[in-house]
Design a protein around this ligand. Structure first.
Ligand SMILES: CC(C)(COP(=O)(O)OP(=O)(O)OC[C@H]1O[C@@H](n2cnc3c(N)ncnc32)[C@H](O)[C@@H]1OP(=O)(O)O)[C@@H](O)C(=O)NCCC(=O)NCCS
Length: 100
């Protein structure tokens, strides 16, 4: 089951995987891709052309700028910001509040 809060914004052109949760205030911008089992938590954002692997958690208030790649099972900590065009490997954690 895919759950998208009514106060989340998901672009029509975004590709959303199965069994995924998008919480209130989250924004998924055009041409972003999210794999299955992801969580985009409260007020987090995934910007244009990002490619987010399966089972990634984008924690509360974290932001992925445009064209970011995130490998499967990675956790982006609360309030972290990932600058545009950065690639993050699978199965890692970006600490809360960090910039990369
Ligand atoms: C990165 C993280 C996993 C590290 O946890 P940990 O392995 O238990 O590490 P520790 O708490 O023992 O900290 C180790 C060192 O890293 C520093 N550190 C830990 N997290 C940090 C962060 N987010 N930013 C900057 N420094 C950090 C600590 O100050 C400590 O420094 P010191 O050795 O100089 O004292 C954790 O701090 C974190 O950020 N978790 C994310 C939580 C989150 O986003 N939850 C969201 C739920 S929606």
């Amino acid at each position: 089951m895919t759950l998208i809060h009514p106060n989340a914004t998901v672009a029509d052109s975004a590709q959303i995987g199965a069994e995924l949760v998008i919480m209130a205030g989250a924004v998924i911008n055009p041409y972003a891709q999210l794999g299955k089992g992801c969580i985009v938590n409260t007020c987090a954002s995934v910007d244009h052309d990002c490619n987010v692997g399966d089972y990634v958690h984008v924690a509360v208030g974290a932001h992925l700028c445009g064209t970011v790649e995130v490998g499967a099972y990675t956790w982006i900590g609360a309030g972290a910001t990932v600058s545009n065009n950065v690639s993050i490997c699978p199965e890692c954690m970006i600490g809360a509040g960090l910039w990369s």
